[in-house]
Design a protein around this ligand. Structure first.
Ligand SMILES: Cc1cc2nc3c(=O)[nH]c(=O)nc-3n(C[C@H](O)[C@H](O)[C@H](O)COP(=O)(O)OP(=O)(O)OC[C@H]3O[C@@H](n4cnc5c(N)ncnc54)[C@H](O)[C@@H]3O)c2cc1C
Length: 187
């Protein structure tokens, strides 16, 4: 594990401040300490139904390295979720800032809402804000320009798949995006 990669066999409790906040916070809020000492990145993203790491990986625009019968290759996260290959690792480019929030869940109840976001500094291109939300077992994502004000960014995000989210989810998305834009450069 380093600032821009994590291996599929890394235990969740090993994920620390070297990786972006969004991934560290996602790992830190999975299950109990005992779960995090045995569960792995690959087991979570490929093998679990909750996949709390997936929204974080999506907003980092992470690429996966996977092992198949004909060898090792790169895949995007949608393919990893659909085909469930062996995940060797993830890599991404460090965002300018990122954030993660999981609402409290009830034991045996519906999966708690997860909101992940990252601000990516454009390299010769406009900044981008990526947001991913787990609502129930479904994960929705959207990307919007991050150079304009928060209202413009939120309006653009509403025009993506995230527009389908209920008002209660937007009550969590909205302050997170505003905070992300304000914290520019602090990740
Ligand atoms: C009490 C409890 C609470 C939990 N709470 C949460 C939660 O809040 N949020 C959340 O997201 N998850 C939660 N989980 C799931 C947990 O994070 C792990 O994802 C899950 O336990 C799998 O653990 P593991 O990594 O040891 O995989 P294993 O148990 O070893 O394997 C599980 C499956 O994943 C496959 N797998 C393992 N590694 C890889 C890989 N590298 N590539 C492809 N497939 C692989 C295996 O083949 C198997 O099918 C919880 C689990 C428990 C037991």
């Amino acid at each position: 594990m380093d600032r821009e990669t994590v291996g599929g066999a890394v235990l969740l409790h090993r994920i620390d401040g070297r990786v972006p906040d969004v991934l560290r916070l996602a790992a830190a809020t999975i299950g109990t300490g005992a779960v995090r000492r045995t569960a792995t990145v690959g087991g979570n993203i490929v093998g679990s139904t909750l996949r709390c790491l997936l929204p974080a990986a999506l907003v980092l625009d992470a690429r996966a390295t996977v092992l198949e019968t004909d060898g090792v290759r790169e895949a995007d996260l949608a393919e990893v979720v659909a085909k469930r290959p062996v995940l060797i690792g993830l890599r991404w480019r460090t965002p300018a800032a990122s954030a993660y929030r999981k609402l409290p869940g009830e034991a045996g109840g519906a999966p708690p809402l997860v909101v992940a976001s990252a601000l990516h500094a454009g390299q010769g291109a406009p900044d981008r804000v990526r947001v991913a939300v787990r609502d129930g077992y479904e994960v929705l994502g959207g990307t919007a320009p991050g150079d304009a004000g928060a209202d413009e960014t939120l309006d653009a995000l509403r025009r993506t798949a995230l527009g389908e989210l209920p008002a209660a989810a937007w009550d969590v998305v909205r302050p997170q995006v505003v905070g992300l834009l304000e914290s520019r450069g602090t990740d």
